[in-house]
Design a protein around this ligand. Structure first.
Ligand SMILES: [Zn+2]
Length: 305
């Protein structure tokens, strides 16, 4: 199903060892591999001397000390956070405590829409609810340090507060979990919203940056073309859902079985949430109907025209 995207799963970075990937850009892998994080979270270091860290990573003592070792003798002036999932933001607190750096992000964690009954538990399982930035960066605003400037590019969808950061005067965009070379990210309500996610993809497709550095896995090359593949892939998934619903009403497990062939069993729940994200969007657009608000346990049918 996902073969339409030219994925690149080559990524041989070892945890704990910083590596320079471009002049003034280093990366460091946390040792938290999983089906969602690939080999682990990638933290980035921008600049030399007076530097910024992008996505400090999970609250993992070894990763935090490796990160502080990698910048030994330098000053961390800023910590940028693309979004507040537990594999990206929690280390900000300890790195700030060690360095006094200013924490920059779009804002605290929040749901993409008002919660339905019982959804708060799911939201809090994956989210860093304690996170508060020192500086809430509006879309398009720039933070400058010593020899680098990063522009906030609001990219809601994976989470409501997701923000990519464009390195000014370069072709690089630090894109968090919005786009990845090895997989598509989970867009899971109530954290995420498919309509926002698609709008953010279209926004990135208009931008000039050609190389993306994601929160997991290697760089995305030829990024605008890759983003176009992503947009087509999501449109294809929506068509698959509609094709299945043409045969009759269905619940989410039925749709997952029809759409995701050969799915890793560990990803079934996430696939269900991704389908829910599409269904929320289709219900909002009046194409699909369900009883009550779109929910993971609902049954869905086409609105016949
Ligand atoms: Zn995430």
């Amino acid at each position: 199903m996902a073969d339409d995207i030219p994925f690149d799963r080559t990524f041989d970075l070892k945890p704990g060892k910083a590596e320079e990937i471009a002049p003034g850009v280093r990366r460091l892998l946390a040792d938290n591999p999983s089906p969602f994080t690939f080999k682990g979270t990638v933290s980035y270091i921008v600049g030399r001397g007076r530097i910024a860290v992008i996505d400090p990573g999970p609250d993992d003592a070894r990763h935090i000390s490796a990160l502080l070792d990698a910048v030994h003798g330098e000053t961390v002036t800023h910590i940028f956070v693309t979004h507040t999932h537990r594999d990206h933001s929690p280390a900000a607190a300890r790195i700030k405590a060690a360095t006094g750096a200013t924490v920059v992000a779009e804002g605290p964690h929040r749901a993409a829409r008002p919660l339905h009954t019982g959804e708060a538990v799911r939201l809090e399982a994956s989210a860093d609810m304690e996170f508060r930035p020192d500086l809430s960066l509006p879309d398009g605003e720039v933070v400058s340090g010593d020899g680098w400037s990063l522009e906030g590019v609001a990219t809601p969808g994976h989470t409501a507060n997701h923000m990519a950061f464009a390195l000014r005067d370069s072709e690089f965009l630090f894109c968090g979990d919005h786009v990845m070379a090895w997989s598509t990210p989970v867009v899971a309500p109530p954290d995420g919203a498919m309509s926002d996610y698609m709008a953010s993809l279209h926004k990135l497709a208009q931008r000039a940056e050609t190389v993306y550095f994601p929160g997991h896995g290697g760089a995305v090359r030829d990024a605008p073309r890759f983003v176009a593949h992503y947009i087509r892939h999501r449109a294809g998934r929506e068509s698959s859902i509609l094709r299945r619903l043409e045969k009759g009403a269905a619940d989410i497990p039925t749709l997952v079985r029809a759409i995701y062939i050969g799915l890793d069993p560990r990803l079934v729940r996430a696939a269900g949430l991704s389908v829910l994200a599409h269904l929320e969007d289709l219900v909002a657009r009046g194409i699909v109907a369900t009883d009550g608000p779109a929910s993971i346990s609902g049954t869905y049918r086409l609105v016949s025209g």
